[in-house]
Design a protein around this ligand. Sequence first.
Ligand SMILES: [Zn+2]
Length: 539
Amino acid sequence: MDVRSQNLPDPDRRVGNRISKLSEDQIGYHKVLSLKQDGKPVQYEVVGTILEVNLTSPIQPNSKTTFEMTFESQVPVQIRRSGRDNAEGISYSMAQWYPKMCEYDYQGWHANPYIGREFYGVWGDFDVTIAIDKDYVVAATGYLQNPAEIGHGYEEEGMNVKQKGKKLKWHFVAPNVHDFLWAADPDYTHDKLEREDGLVLHFFYQKNDNTEDAWSRLPKVMDKAFDYINEHFGQYPYKQYSFIQGGDGGMEYPMATLITGERSFPSLVGVSVHELMHSWYQMILGTNESLYAWMDEGFTSYASGEVSNFLKKEGLLPGRVSERPHAGSTIGFANFAKSGIEEPLSTHADHFQTNSAYGTGSYTKGRLFLSQLGYIIGEKALAQTLLDYFETWKFKHPNSNDFVRMAEKASGLELDWYREYMVNTTHMIDYSIKSVSKSGNGTEIALSKDGVMPMPVDVVVTYKNGKKELFNIPLRIMRGNKPAENADMPQKVLEDWPWTHPEYSFNLPVEPNEIEKVEIDPTIRMVDVNRDNNVYPKP
Ligand SMILES: [Zn+2]
């Protein structure tokens, strides 16, 4: 992690070269003291951040084996994500605090050395007991089993709490999760909100002038957010979720997130919504986030944009409600794509050559993968795709083909070309209006495909009489077209456009002087890298 950080042209500022400067009592480590398989010692070796183990006997399919490990660790001063004494004074942010099983799946082993980017893990049932000085309030993945011995806000109303000894033993169980997070601080305020459906939301923060206002308003907003998310992205399957002040920004974990807490209200809601949405794409669907970072960060970013827009509509979040909440990302990404440092989404998260290419690819292009899919197949089919995808693939580690197949089934269209171009290449999209000219008694509109990546094209014609008409030109290899999306604007489906052909034209039964404006994709959902040539007359 240290060497990788020091060799990136644009390292994360939270890391930089800080690890190399840590003293012996500040650096983090795990020392494995013993490891047994079914009671017998096994050979092992620590290689970087990976523990290589030679099993005494191989694990056959549908069989069981038990490992017992003792390990000793030092909690580092916080550099990235986990550690002690974060910038806001939270004592313990405990992520990556135990040796975690690597995933072995249909592609083989994924023993990725930890360099600070994404994760991939194995689901399991966790049973964790934490013994800690009794003044500490502990927040964690999982359900506390012994609230009557703990208190600290976990007790139910009227419960008689009996704390014993200088240390309390916090007993948590977490079913079907692929990681376990905890955090502890003696000054946590612990608020709870039980939703109508029984889900309990927990909020842990240090109450002060920089936190009190925003954190006291957060529960109501997240309650509403859950309603919207369950309806649009699939039902949250656990009984608990915790928003925990800690860490170094925002990081997702099962049933919980660690977020820095001294933020404005909109910023606190923004990061809370983003990290919460990871429960759907990383925790429950569990795509291999290292191989397909865009399917986690990107889909999470898409969903966060939708949820934030909903919260604005409900008056729960300040800001303008947008009809196109992803248009800003579309424009931003188009500029990045032209910078020349973009790498294909098929790049393993750890191996992007710059943080910028990793970030913009995973978060922004991944987000646009969905918003642009809405343009191609229609928003209704996209919404159906997201629900079907969640229901079909939860707890199964889907890959990009699994997702695109759900979109094909929801839309009835062929979309392999979309995945190939978007994931495996950095080819750009650029359609333009070549000419609008008189032809017989009407007008010919000539279009040109100037980029390599093909797309179906929406052309909106505005007439001088104020009428608008949408012309949809399907891409031939889609084998069909999206249904009309907008009841206020009739959609005319034109002859399809073969991807091999750079030019295309169609005719309108009106004179050119009756036309006010012709525009390709006024909804700004197609990631066209050059929008100036999308409009006639030229702006
Ligand atoms: Zn994220």
